[in-house]
Write a protein that binds this ligand. Structure first.
Ligand SMILES: Cc1cc2nc3c(=O)[nH]c(=O)nc-3n(C[C@H](O)[C@H](O)[C@H](O)COP(=O)(O)OP(=O)(O)OC[C@H]3O[C@@H](n4cnc5c(N)ncnc54)[C@H](O)[C@@H]3O)c2cc1C
Length: 579
């Protein structure tokens, strides 16, 4: 995790070479021009469809093959370059989701685990957009709990193909796609000889037969993206079309999610923030109420500061993660990517709501883009792992890591090993004098610029208390911590904030060192975020303390239990009388 990678890969903030930057800009120019001049997002939203000529232009710009290697006809972009283009594409939510479903999840499995034959057969036509891809996991009774899927693939007697049967729901590109990555249960013989049902991924062509789709869903937002049921009825899938290993479907789906989380969610959010800010700033500097411009009111100014700060953190987290993913050994950044997804989706939702508020009643009207942006942004918290599920994933991965380090120590404490207890007490006393850990961020050899020193100290103090809290949690709950969702949520919130702090400290330090324009503004934003995150973290950490007054877990559980028992709000009406 990023905090362990503190100095390696995180500091200094990842950079691209001038050549790479020139190459990115070559792509960015025409794509930006197309989106600014030709994409009619209002029409796409109103008609619930991306026009055919828009799709054709997207194909001709190479946007269906951004990460497909050049040898298969794609642009072969690195994660960082992909993120940069993703920023522009995000100007339209429906197009973003269509392209992301196609390549971040629809065809990405073929790139990551496909055989040479599969790559050669499928990637060229997917890269050009001649074929469109979709990702089929969700089913009517199986959403977050992917393991419960019912779709089944049965091996034929001659062992040459699987027969696929089942229905998938809410499949993006479901009505457009020719190629589907489909997850189904298959019988697998385990090493002990027993037969078990395990999930397997398949590449399924519409032309295999028995593939049908429902009509496009009528949705709240991203209305131009095509979301359909997809049915497979006795579809014969050749054994060569197993993606990865038989029974290895979970691995395939878990490898795909991070690519989506980190790139197609955060960078899109940040560019949209910038565009929103331009539009709302124009409005706020022109519209007058009470003989003053809106921009003169403190409460309106605060909204701009919030949007700028969120955009800065989103960009920093996203490009830090993309840079780490671009490192040669492709480190596992799935937790970082999940943190980016949660932070960015919630920030985007908050910012678009504030932007709409700046325009007052006008913001609510369809003449302005804000109501559409608000509807479009809402999905970000739901798909590709709901934010609830991702918070559990982030917290449990973090605790698992801490657990590995602490388990032995905790066992010793539980066994009453006197030396360990004395050591622990001694350490606690020393710690209570220090109240911080030295991560080497500041000082002579520090990686953080001195003008961000106080923020770095806040990060170190948070890390110190977080470590202590985690130790206490593992001691208090042991393995049953997995059932403590209120606890896990707070652990995840602290981790997300810590990652955000690391990202902005690293980025702003680089900006100062190389004298990037407006770096003073970056220092302001970074310090503001770190101070807010620090205070939020202290609050979350005190909520994690069983005896702290901030810990309302028991009351929360009681209130919800009483509501859910009666399945309604149970307070008497304020006008009700007893006599
Ligand atoms: C527009 C759109 C496009 C989509 N595109 C695709 C696609 O291309 N391919 C595809 O396979 N799927 C797709 N999906 C499905 C999407 O991934 C699922 O909606 C998502 O995984 C959540 O599943 P669910 O809707 O069944 O909610 P549920 O899993 O029923 O969850 C309902 C609520 O309960 C919470 N919850 C569930 N389990 C837990 C738990 N253990 N702890 C705490 N809270 C929990 C959830 O966070 C959520 O708030 C799409 C969905 C939409 C709306």
């Amino acid at each position: 995790m990023a905090l362990q990678r503190q100095k390696k890969g995180v500091f200094p903030f990842p950079e691209v070479s001038q050549d790479e930057l020139n190459e990115i800009n070559q792509f960015v120019g025409p794509v930006e021009k197309f989106f600014n001049e030709e994409v009619d997002s209002q029409k796409i939203d109103r008609e619930g469809k991306i026009p055919d000529d828009t799709l054709e232009k997207l194909k001709s710009l190479g946007l269906f093959g951004m990460q497909v290697p050049e040898e298969y006809g794609g642009l072969g972009l690195s994660n960082t370059m992909y993120a940069r283009l993703g920023e522009i594409i995000s100007l339209d939510g429906s197009i973003t989701v269509t392209l992301a479903a196609h390549q971040a999840i629809g065809l990405k499995g073929i790139i990551l685990v496909g055989t040479e034959e599969q790559k050669a057969k499928y990637l060229p036509r997917l890269a050009s957009g001649e074929h469109i891809a979709a990702f089929c996991l969700t089913e009517p009774a199986s959403g977050s709990d992917a393991a419960s899927i019912q779709t089944r693939a049965t091996l034929s007697e001659d062992k040459k193909h699987y027969v696929l049967n089942g229905s998938k729901v809410w499949i993006t590109n479901g009505g457009l796609a020719n190629i589907f990555t489909v997850f189904a249960k298959t019988e697998v013989v385990d090493s002990d000889g027993s037969v078990k049902d395990k999930m397997t991924a398949f590449i399924v062509e519409r032309d295999f037969g028995g593939v049908t789709n429902g009509k496009p869903e009528d949705k709240l937002g991203i209305r131009g993206s095509n979301t359909c049921e997809v049915h497979f009825e006795n579809t014969k899938v050749p054994v060569e079309n197993v993606l990865g290993e038989v029974g290895g479907g979970f691995k395939v789906s878990s490898w795909l999610s991070p690519t989506w989380w980190s790139h197609f969610l955060s960078c899109p959010c940040s560019l949209v923030q910038k565009k929103k800010m331009e539009l709302t700033a124009d409005y706020a500097c022109t519209r007058k109420q009470f003989n003053k411009r809106l921009s003169e009111f403190g409460l309106i100014q605060e909204k701009f500061a919030l949007m700028a700060q969120k955009a800065y953190v989103m960009e920093s987290m996203a490009y830090l993660t993309a840079g780490m993913l671009d490192q040669p050994q492709l480190p596992d950044c799935s937790v970082e990517a999940a943190m980016v997804k949660v932070f960015s989706s919630e920030s985007a939702w908050q910012c678009v709501s504030e932007a709409l508020q700046i325009l007052g009643g006008s913001g609510y009207m369809k003449d302005y883009p804000y109501e559409r942006m608000l509807r479009d942004a809402r999905i970000l918290l739901i798909f590709e792992g709901t934010n609830e599920i991702l918070r559990m994933f982030i917290a449990l991965t973090g605790l698992q890591h801490a657990g590995r380090i602490l388990t032995e120590r905790i066992h010793e404490l539980k066994r009453g090993n006197v030396t360990t207890i004395m050591e622990t007490v001694g350490r606690r006393i020393r710690d209570s004098l220090g109240r911080t850990v030295d991560l080497g961020l500041t000082g002579n050899l520090g990686v953080v610029h001195p003008s961000l020193g106080e923020s770095a100290n806040k990060l170190e103090e948070n890390v110190y208390y977080f470590g202590r809290t985690v130790e206490n949690l593992l001691l208090r709950f042991g393995k049953t911590v997995v059932e403590e969702q209120l606890v896990l949520k707070r652990v995840a919130n602290v981790l997300i904030n810590l990652y955000g702090m690391v990202a902005v400290l690293s980025r702003a330090s680089r900006s100062i060192r190389i004298g990037l324009r407006n770096h003073d503004h970056e220092i302001l934003l970074a310090n503001m975020f770190c101070t807010e995150a620090y205070v939020q973290n202290l609050f979350s950490l005190s909520q994690l303390d069983k005896h702290a007054p901030e810990n309302l877990d028991e009351q929360i559980k009681k209130v919800s239990r009483e509501i859910l028992e009666k399945r309604t709000y149970i307070c008497a009406h304020p006008l009700e009388r007893t006599s």
